[in-house]
Design a protein around this ligand. Structure first.
Ligand code: SF4
Ligand code: SF4
Length: 324
């Protein structure tokens, strides 16, 4: 697989600095029950990286010490990690809001039969990938059988109250384009998703987040192989809006990898660009228990246009809307 970093690092991006920290995004490992084409983590069933107990303990200590309000757990399929449930209950016991980045099909994997009920009992917000409301498009991107399994997963979550008014159980879906194009307007697409998933499958959900594909890892390698890398980067750069710079997620979030090393965001984690802290080449989360990262410069390069193009992209969807 071709690495896109040598190309991305040559592309200048406006300098930005960190703001107040309120979210810890933890990638507990790259093992996943799926192997999606667009996956920026390059996750799959054969990946063996897993966050050990000692690192999960540091995560919980950090949440408490730094008074972090949100723990955002991602992977791979984070629920496959042995530390997942301990992280969730530990954080919830402290009153921390927890987000699970769930691929939906994991809800049917043997051994995970009680996962949906566990997430509901802990009032975990679920952010689930659903790249289209049409079966063909989902299966082209995420694999055969994924659409039906995702629909069954959404129905199971709805049955527990997820996505329903007044339940307090939040279910948000994530859309990303099939190829090297910008996502359509989030509001309009959300209306379409709600209509089609509701009418055809009886499914309800809270918000749809539209995200641009990042030109890194598996998706980046495909762009290079097809000769589309430069055109896609041009598209992102031409659609860049300075107004989005204030809202990019790295301003208020730290990303932690399965070994406990820290990064400005999950994308930088995948590019192995550690969070810059003085002369230190790499920092562990444990090094930051008593350190303030506010005002530190953020490691930026060409991939960052994936966050600032058009309506913008963040782990909470389009930036324009997040700001409204
Ligand atoms: S489900 Fe998510 S983590 Fe797993 S391969 Fe697909 S995009 Fe990657
Ligand atoms: S990829 Fe996005 S979130 Fe990550 S450092 Fe660049 S602008 Fe920030």
């Amino acid at each position: 697989m071709r690495d896109t970093w040598p190309l991305l690092e040559q592309i200048a991006f406006p300098p930005i600095r960190r703001g107040p920290l309120h979210t810890l995004q933890v990638n507990v490992g790259y093992r996943c029950n799926q192997s999606c084409v667009h996956c920026h983590v390059n996750a799959g069933p054969n990946r063996t990286e897993e966050m050990p107990r000692e690192v999960a303990d540091v995560v919980l200590a950090f949440l408490e010490r730094r008074r972090i309000s949100t723990l955002d757990i991602t992977g791979g399929a984070p629920e496959l990690n042995a530390q997942f449930r301990g992280l969730v209950t530990g954080a919830r016991d402290m009153g921390v809001h927890v987000i699970d980045r769930c691929n939906l099909t994991i809800l049917e994997v043997p051994g995970q039969e009680d996962l949906a009920a566990f997430l509901a009992a802990q009032q975990v917000e679920i952010v689930a990938s659903m790249p289209c409301y049409l079966e063909d498009n989902v299966e082209r991107q995420r694999g055969k059988g994924v659409f039906d399994a995702s629909i069954r997963g959404l129905r199971r979550l709805n049955a527990l109250g997820y996505g329903r008014d007044g339940s307090g159980l939040v279910l948000n879906l994530v859309y990303n384009p099939q190829g090297p194009a910008l996502p359509p307007a989030q509001d309009r697409l959300e209306t379409d998703y709600k209509r089609v998933l509701g009418e055809h499958h009886g499914i309800v959900f809270n918000r749809l987040y539209t995200l641009a594909n990042m030109p890194i890892q598996r998706f980046g390698a495909i762009l290079i192989a097809k000769g589309e890398f430069d055109r896609y980067l041009d598209l992102l750069q031409h659609a860049h809006l300075d107004a989005n710079l204030d809202q990019v997620m790295c301003r208020n979030l730290i990303s932690v990898d399965w070994r406990g090393f820290v990064y400005d965001c999950d994308f930088n984690q995948m590019l192995d660009l550690p969070l810059g802290y003085g002369a230190r080449e790499r920092m562990q989360l444990s090094d930051l228990l008593d350190a303030d990262v506010e005002e530190l410069p953020i490691r930026v390069a060409g991939h960052c246009y994936g966050c600032t193009a058009g309506q913008g992209s963040s782990c909470g969807g389009a930036l324009k809307e997040a700001a409204e």
